[in-house]
Write a protein that binds this ligand. Sequence first.
Ligand SMILES: Cc1cc2nc3c(=O)[nH]c(=O)nc-3n(C[C@H](O)[C@H](O)[C@H](O)COP(=O)(O)OP(=O)(O)OC[C@H]3O[C@@H](n4cnc5c(N)ncnc54)[C@H](O)[C@@H]3O)c2cc1C
Length: 393
Amino acid sequence: MNGTPEPASEIDPASPFATPRAPALRKEVREFALALDLARRYSELDRHPSFPQREWKALAARGWLGPRAPTSVGGQAWSVLDEAALIEEIGFLGGSVFAKLVLQPEFCSPLLHGSPELLERWYRPLLRGELLIANQVTEPHAGSDAAALSTRAEREGDLYVISGTKSEVAFAEDAQAALVYAKTAPGEGAKGISLFLVPQDLRGISHELSEDLGEKWMRRGTVHYDHVQVPSGSRVGEEGKGFSYFMEELTPERALLGLLYLSVARASWGETRQHVASRNAFGRPLSSFEGVSFPLVEDHAQLRSARLFAWDVLARWHRHEEVSAEAALAKWLGNSTALKVLDHAMQFHGGAGYSSRLPHEQRWRDVRSGTSAHGTDEILKVVAARKLLGASR
Ligand SMILES: Cc1cc2nc3c(=O)[nH]c(=O)nc-3n(C[C@H](O)[C@H](O)[C@H](O)COP(=O)(O)OP(=O)(O)OC[C@H]3O[C@@H](n4cnc5c(N)ncnc54)[C@H](O)[C@@H]3O)c2cc1C
């Protein structure tokens, strides 16, 4: 590699954000990725989309599913910084799939407001990789404006009866249960939304799958609830608090996703760097042409700055600072930077870059989901503008 150092997956021990756990973790993830052949599985899951059970269970066996979860529910109580190191390393070595598995129990963290019975029955087994829980917020007429959702949960004695449709949701067919956000008090906006844990094998539930550009293994789709009866004990926490539970996890989640997208793009950047050094055109390596080298060095600077920004947001969140605006921007910056870098990776690999023989196009398609999922680019900027500029609703 021209005597220059490898673009390692580096959880850089000298980084101001490195945690004591990071160096050993990096080694462990590397062994894990080799043992499970994550690189091969990544492309296989694109060709044959299914929920990656084997990897889900293997991550659980290491305590890597939702590692921030409290020990009282069977979690590891890691700091968000340790988790960031894990997410980066898995994303670098195995694309976005397996790191998203790590995060899935934390996407379900609103369930932590549930009763001891709900935690015992659902959250502990989730962390053990024994079952999968989906998150169902979005509806055909309420996505970005999630508080406008219209699925109803009507109290009838000791039951709630749920009716409505959830759309665009991940694991539409594969989850054993879903966290369903529904109105218990229509007319009260966000304060009328409650949260329910709904097993997906109940009578009255049906679904359709959609075909996606990327992240096909998530098997997204639409889930219909037609007078589905759940016991009142299925309500998570208090009536009317569902939306506030949903908002709680968004800040760390967005910054972690920003880091994840960047780690996937860093893998492609490193591979492109090797390629342009060894591939000749017109008698010279591609890297000697400024049309090739200038975009790649710009990418290097932008990857590094976006990464430091996301780490800084997480470090500040870890210190209990209010960083919701910065976290929204960390996701936007991480995602948009990663997409540009992945596009360059495809471009500088020439015709092969556009094919599934190389991983860059799949990485691009998978990362592209991030411009919509967990807050669209526009909504992230709306959030940031409100906080940073006092922009009104
Ligand atoms: C891969 C993937 C996985 C997903 N997984 C889940 C899941 O598991 N559970 C779940 O509940 N949902 C999930 N979603 C849905 C996702 O959360 C929504 O798609 C997203 O919130 C946008 O909602 P929408 O699709 O209804 O678009 P809309 O809200 O209709 O938005 C359409 C466009 O209008 C823009 N827009 C809307 N309001 C404004 C505004 N005020 N200012 C500027 N622009 C605006 C949006 O940014 C967007 O570009 C997933 C989506 C994807 C792509």
